[in-house]
Design a protein around this ligand. Structure first.
Ligand code: ARG
Length: 457
C-alpha cells in the first residue's frame, strides 16, 4: 500500500521504488513504530479526536501485528515503502476503517523522528550496560594486581615502573567518561517530537505533553521544524561511539604488543585467538585486530552523518533517511566490539614475572636514582647528568642500575651509599608515588574504593 497515491496518475518506476524504499532497514524499529502509534491514538482518544471504540480497535490491531512480526507469523515483505506504511496497511487489512484513522494528526516526518529516537534511546542504555560490564572486568584485574610491577611507557619506550592495576585504571577512566557521554546524549535527546506533524504542527488539539509522558520522555520538543529535522543526537551518539572505539582500539593495540613473542606480557586465551592456515606455530590476536580495524568503520558513520546534514535546509529532507543504516551499523559494530573485547580481556593470562623483568631491565628507575642524589643535596640538573653517566656505564657493561656495585657507583659520584639499592628497587619506585592518581598501593586503593562505589550506584 502507498500512503500517497491520490495525486499520481502513473505507477512508480520499480527502480525508483527500490531506491526510495527504506523497509529493508527501518523494519529494525517496528516495535518502536507500534509503541509510538499506541501512544498517539491513546492521546487522540483522550482529546476526543478519536472515538474510544476506534482507539481500542487500533490498539488491539497494532498489538496483534507486533506479536505476529515478533513470532514470525507476519513476514515483512519488500512491497511496502517503509515500516510505517507496512504497519498501517496491515492494520487496515485487519481492522478496516478504524485503521485508516491511525495517522490522524501525524506525519511520517514526526513519526520517523520518534521511532529513531525511541530506538536510539534503548540502544544507548544497552551500550551503557555493556560498558559497565567491561568496567567490572577492568576493576577485577586492578584489584588483583595492585603489586604487579610493569614498565610504564612514553613514546613506547620504557619510562618509569608502574603497576598493572595502574595501567588498567587508565582504561577505567576512559570507559567511565564514555558512559558519561552516553548519559549526556540521552538526557539531551530525551524530548518527544511526536505531534510536530510534517513541519508545522497540526490543526488538531493534540496533547503533546501527554504522548511525551506516555513514551517516557522528559517533555515535548519545542519547535516543530527542528523536531522533524534534528539528527544532532545521532551525531552525538556516533561521536560517543567513535570515542569508545578509539579507546578499545588503543587497548587492543597494547594487547597486540603485549602478546608478541618479544614482549610476552600476556597470553590471549586460545578461545579468543586464531591460527594460520600455513604456519603451524601461529596464534594470532585477530579479535584485537578486528576491533582496532572496525574503529574506522564507526568513524565513517560520524563523518557520513555530519556530511549528510551539513547542507540541508529546514525542515525534513529525504537525505535524512541515510541516518539509519549508518547508525544501525555503528551501534551493532560498537556493541559487538565491547562484548568481544570484554570476553578477551576476561580470559587473558598476565605473565607477571615477564612484566617485572621488563620493568627491571629498562632503567625505569633512573628518575628515582636522580631523586636519591637530590635528597642528598645534589642539584637536580647535576643529578640528571650523573645518572646519565651511570646509564651509559650500564649499557657498556650490560648491567642494570641495581646490578652495579657500590664501588662502581662511587667511582661516578661519592654521594652514593649502600641505601641506593633500596631507593631504586622497583617496589620503592612505585611505593613512593602515592599522591592520588599515582601507582602507589595506598593511592590506588583509594581510587579502587571510589570505583567500587561508582559501579554499585
Ligand atoms: N523513510 C523515511 C526516513 O527514514 C521516513 C520519512 C518519510 N517522510 C517523507 N516525507 N517522505 O526518513
Amino acid at each position: 500500500m502507498k500512503l500517497w497515491g491520490g495525486r499520481f496518475t502513473k505507477q512508480t518506476n520499480q527502480l525508483v521504488h527500490n531506491f526510495n524504499a527504506s523497509l529493508s532497514f527501518d523494519q529494525k524499529f517496528y516495535e518502536e513504530d507500534i509503541t509510538g502509534s499506541i501512544a498517539h491514538v491513546t492521546m487522540l482518544a483522550e482529546q476526543g479526536i478519536l472515538s474510544s471504540e476506534d482507539k481500542e480497535a487500533i490498539i488491539s490491531g497494532l498489538k496483534g501485528i507486533m506479536e505476529d512480526i515478533t513470532s514470525g507469523a507476519l513476514e515483512i515483505d519488500e512491497e511496502h515503502e517503509d515500516i510505517h506504511s507496512f504497519v498501517e496497511a496491515h492494520l487496515i487489512e485487519r481492522i478496516g476503517d478504524a485503521g485508516k484513522r491511525l495517522h490522524t494528526g501525524r506525519s511520517r516526518n514526526d513519526q520517523v523522528a520518534l521511532d529513531m529516537k525511541l530506538y536510539t534511546r534503548k540502544e544507548i542504555l544497552e551500550m551503557d550496560s555493556l560498558l559497565k560490564n567491561l568496567l567490572e572486568s577492568i576493576l577485577k584485574i586492578m584489584k588483583e594486581n595492585l603489586d604487579t610491577i610493569m614498565p610504564g611507557f612514553t613514546h613506547l619506550q620504557k619510562a618509569q615502573p608502574i603497576t598493572l592495576a595502574h595501567h588498567m585504571g587508565a582504561y577505567f577512566e576512559m570507559f567511565k567518561r564514555d558512559r558519561d557521554r552516553l548519559h549526556d546524549t540521552y538526557e539531551r535527546m530525551n524530548f518527544c517530537p511526536l505531534g510536530s506533524g510534517a513541519l508545522a504542527g497540526t490543526t488538531y488539539p493534540l496533547n503533546r505533553a501527554r504522548t511525551a509522558e506516555l513514551l517516557g520522555f522528559t517533555g515535548p520538543t519545542l519547535n516543530s521544524m527542528d523536531s522533524v529535522s534534528d539528527r544532532d543526537y545521532l551525531i552525538e551518539f556516533s561521536s560517543a561511539m567513535s570515542i569508545i572505539m578509539m579507546h578499545l582500539s588503543r587497548f587492543c593495540e597494547e594487547i597486540i604488543i603485549w602478546n608478541t613473542n618479544e614482549y610476552q606480557f600476556i597470553e590471549i586465551d586460545d578461545s579468543y585467538s586464531t591460527g594460520s592456515s600455513i604456519m603451524p606455530q601461529k596464534k594470532n590476536p585477530d579479535i584485537a585486530e578486528l576491533v582496532r580495524g572496525k574503529t574506522g568503520r564507526v568513524y565513517g558513520t560520524l563523518i557520513s552523518l555530519l556530511t549528510t546534514m551539513k547542507g540541508l535546509s529546514l525542515a525534513y529532507n529525504k537525505d535524512m533517511q541515510e541516518d539509519k543504516e549508518l547508525v544501525f551499523d555503528a551501534i551493532d559494530t560498537t556493541k559487538g566490539c565491547i562484548l568481544l573485547f570484554n570476553g578477551m580481556l576476561d580470559t587473558i593470562t598476565f605473565k607477571k614475572d615477564n612484566m617485572r623483568a621488563s620493568a627491571e631491565g629498562g632503567f625505569t628507575n633512573a628518575t628515582d636514582a636522580a631523586d636519591y642524589l637530590v635528597n642528598h643535596g645534589v642539584p637536580f640538573r647535576d643529578a640528571h647528568g650523573i645518572i646519565g653517566q651511570l646509564v651509559l656505564f650500564c649499557i657498556d657493561n650490560n648491567k642494570s642500575l641495581g646490578e652495579m656495585t657500590l664501588d662502581e657507583y662511587k667511582a661516578i659520584s661519592p654521594v652514593f651509599e649502600e641505601d641506593i639499592y633500596d631507593a631504586i628497587s622497583m617496589e620503592t619506585c612505585v611505593e613512593k608515588r602515592n599522591t592520588i592518581g599515582a601507582p602507589g598501593q595506598k593511592a590506588m586503593q583509594e581510587v579502587i574504593n571510589i570505583y567500587e562505589k561508582y559501579l554499585a550506584e
